[in-house]
Design a protein around this ligand. Structure first.
Ligand code: AMP
Length: 309
């Protein structure tokens, strides 16, 4: 078991889906990634920033889950990052109604001493210059660095994003963002172009249509589990990324074959995340539920065809 260092937003989210809406609740990329790690019993630390308005009960959530928050800075008098999203009827697309960077505007990350030699690093969604600063603070080269990003940073900090991409092994990105980053419509061509930007492995998330893993000419596809009830897709991408890297950290095996399993573990965790608003479902998830759903994934994807000449 290796330890996992996570950078990303810790946020207040206001979410509206066809099934209801929430006021400011706990969210953020690093939050979802760390909860995925906790569900997989992988020790993790968050590097992020919040304002003085961040409630004690949210800190307690991290503490209860055993997530290290030494690197979670609190800015006196500052306001926590705030994101507001509105989902369309198909739940696969959303409009961002607000992105208030607040304390993120002048954030200088500090990696806790004990995590400076972490073998696995997940650079969750955040300013690419902050993501790079975390890499530069590592005392020894990590076994694997994965990066997640979104259109917001492509629009506002593309040069910095291209710069940090040269230093990472894996990128996880959704299909529309892969198209935007590469300028290619075909996801195969998009992955090819993104490989050339740095990452050896390209993971393209397609929401309820599953995920693709590319390494050069090798491709793997995993579906998402067809679910009866989907309430809120917020955080599914981060939960997926968190499950993916936690599986690799747990098994310490970064081969393409093992990454296929990691994709399934990520998809498995993400399938729970969408069942309730915000973090509610991933905060209340048992090992048995995860195991049972893995069995469902197996049944969903196995078939018995004999390929003959
Ligand atoms: P996901 O649904 O996995 O794409 O991620 C949703 C989470 O990302 C929410 O909890 C937001 O707080 C967070 N988020 C939204 N916009 C940004 C952004 N520009 N940078 C970092 N995190 C963001």
């Amino acid at each position: 078991m290796s330890k996992l260092l996570i950078v990303g937003t810790v946020a207040f989210d206001a979410i509206e889906t066809p099934f209801g809406k929430t006021d400011k609740i706990l969210g953020g990329a690093a939050t979802y990634i760390s909860l995925a790690a906790a569900n997989m019993q992988v020790p993790s630390a968050i590097v992020s920033v919040v304002g003085e308005d961040f409630p004690e009960e949210y800190f307690d959530i991290f503490k209860t889950k055993g997530i290290n928050t030494e690197g979670l800075e609190i800015v006196k008098g500052g306001k926590t990052f705030f994101w507001k999203g509105l989902y369309h009827n198909d739940l696969n697309s959303r409009d961002t109604l607000a992105t208030d960077l607040n304390v993120l505007e002048d954030f200088t990350p500090k990696v806790p001493e004990f995590y400076q030699d972490a073998d696995f690093v997940m650079l969750g969604n955040l300013h690419p210059a902050v993501q790079k600063s975390v890499i530069l603070q590592m005392r020894k080269k990590p076994k694997l660095i994965a990066l997640d990003t979104m259109n917001f940073w492509m629009d506002s900090a593309l040069d910095e994003l291209l710069d940090v991409l040269k230093l990472v092994d894996v990128i996880t990105i959704n299909d529309e963002e892969a198209r935007q980053l590469s300028g290619e419509h075909s996801l195969v061509l998009a992955a090819k172009k993104i490989h050339k930007m740095g990452p050896k492995y390209v993971v393209i998330k397609k929401g309820e249509h599953g995920a693709l893993l590319f390494e050069g000419h090798k491709v793997f596809f995993a579906p998402a589990l067809p679910l009866e009830e989907i309430f809120d897709p917020t955080g599914a991408g981060d939960t997926f990324a968190g499950g993916f890297i936690s599986y690799l950290a747990k098994t310490k095996n970064i081969s393409f074959n093992n990454m296929k399993n990691a994709i399934i573990f990520g998809s498995n965790l993400a399938s729970f995340c969408v069942e309730k608003f915000g973090t509610a479902r991933v905060l209340d998830l048992s090992e048995k539920e995860m195991k049972d759903r893995l069995e469902q994934f197996k049944i969903l994807t196995q078939f018995d065809i004999q390929v003959t000449d």
